[in-house]
Write a protein that binds this ligand. Structure first.
Ligand code: NI
Length: 268
């Protein structure tokens, strides 16, 4: 886009969608860019259907526990907070006040929540952002959208696992069919349930990078279905978010962290 186009957009909407992913190993066959690719695809789908701007993808997230696998890159939580803060403050200066983060990585969730609090706190005394009190951020995890979650259960059951899941691998294969890759994997390797500590500890418990998943179940055809249901769910959330009165958006943003299933805390 050009700056005049953004200026014209601001006449009719102050909402923006920002995809955020991660650059981290996704098992022996999954693309390292999986989380960013999925978030960006879903964000663009929502943007197209809602006529909303999609900002530049935050491709590197909080993935410290994946750093024992070559190619993974991570920001520290404090760095990611600073990046999110700077994105929001830059755009807030121009009048944006509804920031809809489409997230593709479970490991970003706690840090994003902290970043939002950092932003709300700083906005309360920031002279350059007059609309500071009405600014809201929303965390939309595509893989936790009610329909995407249900579809993963139906298609994969327990083989969905918690990382390098067939649902995210499918969605990536839908966007980039050239990433389709299958190989024999030991079903006993990397069962879910171990807590996440250091990168070395992670690799010791999940030697091929998977967490209880079977990515061989993934396909571009299924990826198309995940794309469609996630876009359908999240465009509804986006529409509610940008139209909601200031008093209720905070509650709604909070709810997005735990809808679909409170017990589902995925690493993705
Ligand atoms: Ni992932």
């Amino acid at each position: 886009m050009t700056w005049p186009a953004v200026e014209a957009y601001l006449e009719r909407s102050t909402g923006i969608i920002i995809p955020i992913g991660s650059t981290e190993q996704h098992g022996p066959t999954g693309a390292i860019g999986t989380d960013a690719i999925c978030a960006e695809a879903v964000a663009k789908g929502i943007g197209e259907q809602e006529g909303a701007i999609v900002g530049p993808t935050i491709n590197v997230g909080m993935a410290l526990h994946h750093l024992d696998f070559p190619g993974s890159i991570s920001l520290r939580p404090t760095t990611l907070i600073a990046v999110v803060r700077d994105y929001v403050f830059s755009l807030a200066k121009h009048g944006f006040d509804r920031f809809f983060f489409v997230n593709g990585h479970g490991g970003n969730m706690a840090t994003l929540k902290a970043a939002f609090q950092e932003i709300y706190g700083e906005l309360s005394y920031h002279p350059a952002v007059p609309q500071g009190d009405s600014l809201r951020c929303y965390l939309a995890n595509w893989f936790m959208s009610p329909q995407a979650y249900k579809l993963a259960k139906e298609k994969f059951g327990d083989a969905e696992g918690g990382h390098a899941t067939p649902s995210e691998v499918s969605l990536t294969q839908f966007v980039y069919p050239e990433t389709v890759k299958r190989q024999a994997m030991d079903p006993e390797v990397g069962p879910r349930g171990h807590r996440i500590y250091s990168a070395a500890d992670f690799r010791a418990h999940y030697p091929d990078g998977r967490m209880g998943s079977d990515p061989n179940l993934a396909s571009p055809e299924l990826g198309k279905l995940f794309y469609e249901v996630a876009v359908e769910d999240l465009r509804e959330s986006y529409r509610k978010f940008i139209n909601m009165p200031v008093e209720s958006t905070a509650e709604e943003a909070e709810a997005s962290l735990t809808t679909s299933n409170g017990s589902k805390v995925l690493a993705q």
